[in-house]
Write a protein that binds this ligand. Structure first.
Ligand code: NG1
Ligand code: ZN
Length: 540
């Protein structure tokens, strides 16, 4: 088999790094960029297998999201634009850890294991891959390694150049649904902008939004892509949004995610240092690959107010629930919100008691939320840090698109819901699409960021990163809200929580860093600081 020799030859320039253990985690593989070439070669091979297996085009995204500029990463995208199926993460991990001299053999083993050795049709299928990368300096070199692997196993591929992560997910879904009743859109960047802009115009018809929005693009790919999208949107004079784009320097590589971006704002709980926004101005920050967004504003007293993923979820859910009711579909469509344990307790209470919508809690990581959201007709999912989107079931799409309106009000609601289906990137959380959706809802409600914040008041909370000797001993259960091991830790955490009002705390091993994360919330800031410190001591 010639391709086995080609694998061995092709991987020569990309030897495995001694003493490094690679693992396909929540965000795929992520590390210092120079360590990644071997891994990316093996990811090319896995993509080929996966494509044959699913008889569909598979996506590969090269990005390290919010991580520092010198890092990079890679993840696989399944046919519908969702994350790689979990059972395949193990194959990816195995291959990434295989040294060059054993790679061809290991590939053949996986080929037979995943594709069932005797079905030649499956083996002979043409594998197809699409890929893109963010703006990192290491991107082009990693693409070279990836192409070497794809060429070795005869994959038909298309390089989409620089894209946001959600754009690549969009492309994958478009390619795989082309000429089907579920077609998602044109598999081009232009198609992405046109779909979104058209839906946005429908939703904004007759509405205006007060004041500009300052968008911090983390000096990443979101900057140029947002500028491109804006060309398709109505201008501020035409009643569109007045965008003020900041931190969009993609020329200076080291600027990426440096003192800006969604992760900075969320973890530091402050605006980027050189913010030009005025008090009460609406601001938002994207992360380095534009799949996360958080909003915020600063008041006259210079107090910073974060409107995080929990807020975007409730904002969106209010709107979708209202529209569904006006459309007369509230008895037919089940709306729900999916959160993780990191959602603020006040947000959960607001959803359940005020919005009277069900809440599902899942473990951390978008794929868990995504799957849970798919069980609702309209499933709104967000992590507190700003990853999230809304999923509409096939049933919901059909009802929304085919219901006969009985009044102009119903027609408006149905048209709005229909436009939401297109505006919101249902393949994956998308900072730019989520931002437009939030803007639409704020415009409909004539809300300032302060009005939005006043819907409920967050409980003071604290997230601490604790470096431990061995994080693998920390086993969490119940959507990561309780520790099963080490023995006794959970009881201690619970005892500590009882010392404070409205207190809640949990600890879990991070899936992306070598650390344990402790989260606590309580009635006052002083109490929560104390509680978080004490729980950190329990796990340390
Ligand atoms: P870990 O490192 O497993 O806590 C972090 C984020 C997740 C998610 C992933 C993937 C927190 C507390 N955790 O996971 O929400 O975004 O990274 O990027 O924010
Ligand atoms: Zn990201």
């Amino acid at each position: 088999k010639a391709f086995l020799d080609r694998i061995t030859k092709g991987v020569e320039p990309y030897p495995i790094q001694e003493g490094k253990k690679y693992e396909y985690g929540t965000a795929g593989f992520r590390m210092k960029a120079p360590l990644l070439d071997h891994v990316i070669y093996t990811v090319g091979l896995i993509a080929a297998l996966r494509s044959k297996k699913r008889n569909a085009t598979i996506g590969i995204m090269i990005t390290a999201s919010h991580n520092p500029a010198e890092d990079n990463g890679v993840k696989l995208v399944d046919p519908l634009g969702d994350m790689l199926e979990q059972s395949w993460e193990g194959y990816a991990t195995t291959l990434a850890n295989t040294p060059n001299d054993k790679l061809a053999k290991e590939y053949e083993i996986l080929l037979n294991e995943t594709l069932i050795s005797n079905i030649s049709q499956v083996h002979e299928r043409q594998a197809k891959v699409v890929f893109a990368r963010d703006t990192r300096a290491s991107g082009p070199y990693l693409v070279t390694a990836l192409k070497a692997a794809l060429d070795a196993v005869n994959v038909e591929y298309k390089d989409y150049g620089i894209m946001t992560t959600p754009q690549l997910h969009y492309i994958v879904r478009c390619v795989n649904t082309l000429n089907t009743p579920y077609h998602f859109g044109e598999p081009t960047e232009k198609g992405y902008y046109e779909k979104m802009a058209k839906a946005f115009k429908t939703l904004m018809h007759g509405r205006t939004i007060q004041g500009p929005i300052t968008v911090d693009c983390a000096n990443g790919v979101g900057g140029p892509k947002l500028r491109e999208l804006i060309k398709y949107l109505p201008t501020a004079k035409e009643g569109g949004i007045d965008f003020k784009i900041v931190n969009d320097d993609v020329v200076k590589p080291e600027a990426l995610n440096f003192e800006c971006g969604a992760d900075y704002v969320k973890t530091k709980q402050r605006a980027p240092p050189h913010s030009i926004a005025q008090p009460r101005d609406r601001c938002c920050s994207l992360d380095g690959d534009a799949d996360r967004v958080v909003y915020y504003y600063t008041d006259e007293q210079k107090t910073f107010h974060l409107l995080d993923g929990d807020r975007i979820a409730t904002l969106g859910a209010v709107f979708l629930a209202d529209m569904t009711r006006v459309a007369g579909l509230d008895q037919k469509l089940k709306i729900g919100i999916v959160q993780t344990a990191y959602a603020n307790g006040a947000a959960t209470e607001y959803v359940e008691k005020v919005l009277k919508l069900p809440v599902t809690v899942t473990p951390t990581g978008v794929k868990h939320l995504h799957h849970a959201a798919a069980r609702y007709d309209i499933g709104v999912y967000f992590e507190a840090n700003g990853h999230g989107t809304v999923l509409f079931s096939d049933n919901a799409i059909k009802l929304i698109r085919e219901s006969e309106p009985k009044s102009p009000g119903q027609k408006h609601a149905l048209d709005s819901l229909s436009a939401c289906i297109d505006l919101i990137n249902q393949a994956v959380g998308d900072a730019i699409s989520d931002m437009l959706f939030a803007e639409v809802v704020l415009a409909h409600k004539s809300w300032t960021p302060e009005n939005w914040r006043n819907t409920y008041i967050d409980l003071p909370n604290r997230l601490v990163r604790v470096v431990v000797h061995d994080r693998s001993i920390f086993k969490a259960v119940d959507a990561e809200r309780k520790l099963e091991s080490p023995a006794g830790a959970q009881i201690e955490i619970e005892k500590l929580c009882q010392l404070y009002m409205k207190a809640r705390a949990f600890a879990r091993a991070s899936g992306t860093e070598d650390a344990v994360r402790v989260y606590a919330e309580a009635y006052t800031q002083t109490e929560v600081e104390k509680l978080a410190g004490q729980v950190a001591e329990v796990v340390r």
